[in-house]
Design a protein around this ligand. Sequence first.
Ligand code: AOS
Ligand code: ZN
Ligand code: ZN
Length: 385
Amino acid sequence: MTDVKQVLRTQRIETPSWGYANSGTRFKVFPQQGVPRDPYEKVADAATVHRFTGVAPTVALHIPWDTVDDYQKLASYAREVGVGLGTINSNVFQDPDYMLGSVTHPDPRVRRKATDHLLACVDIMDATGSRDLKLWFSDGTNYPGQDDITARQDRLAAALSEVYDRLGSEQRMLLEYKFFEPAFYLTDVPDWGTAFSHCLRLGERAQVVIDTGHHAPGTNIEFIVAVLLRAGKLGGFDFNSRFYADDDLMVGAADPFGLFRIMHEIVQAGVVGPAGGIAFMLDQCHNIEPKIPAMIRSVMNVQEATAKALLVDRAALRQAQQAGDVLGANAALMDAYNTDVRPLLAELRSEDGLDPDPVAAYHRSGYADQIRADRADGQAAGWGA
Ligand code: AOS
Ligand code: ZN
Ligand code: ZN
């Protein structure tokens, strides 16, 4: 058990700035009281999640949603409140110029503008000290024949190369894929294979990021995890859960067993902690639930899945696998999955000076009342605003 706790102590989960802001579906955004009015307040909320969980020491930023005049100042504020600034997420999907694509757009002027934004994100990384640039492209087409598939891949490759060449020696490019939305016929980076082939060509510091909500229903995500790990090309995760599409619900809410199966591959490869080089990020929107406790719950869900994966009796599993004992091997996984790890995690937190129940501790802390009062005036920073 000491070993399991030791590995859990190395775990780091990055929360997304946009998960603290107002968000919604295309039908309606239901504003909540006390949500952040600017990036500083998003950072303060992320620091609160870290204060109660102890395993969420960084917050991902999204540009331009988190644009500030002075990024070094934001970084030192983050340090003051106990967190660091993490991954920089670029945005080449909201400007009206990008209707037909960003870096794959047929017009070189639009491609230039999109690539310049990505380069500007690297400048921000230099100021914040961020390691990772996360790229998600909404690029795609709606109708067969609308544009040349191969030419679009070439344009994408050219932009990625330019940005990759601009990275510092300690910085990485994380390329995200998604098989659908917002384009309906073709997406330019639809799957891990496309992302992988671009990253392979770019070099070592270009890695694939898996958003757990970006696959066709029934896709075996842990297989993708294992294949990318084996190739040294898994850069990180955007964790969330989904029932239907890219729902961005709390990770572990829809399919805790799927999350466990992913973490089993991670544990097996020995890459739970930061030395493993995998960025464990959340990419969630809390549309109807209170945001900070939802984030705390999500962090705990990842911890629980990790603890269960760490409990797998690997010797028994290997033995059963080698003996061709199908049911025995499956039982080794299921025994771990069916273990209630909540007492173990409560014990771990108490040992580390945290409250054993982070959600209850948050509710008792008065932080929710305080932000409701402090942020009553002014415009809330919205998702996409
Ligand atoms: C979009 O579907 C992707 O998941 C993006 O990673 C993300 O939701 C967006 O870029 C917010 O940063
Ligand atoms: Zn994502
Ligand atoms: Zn997504």
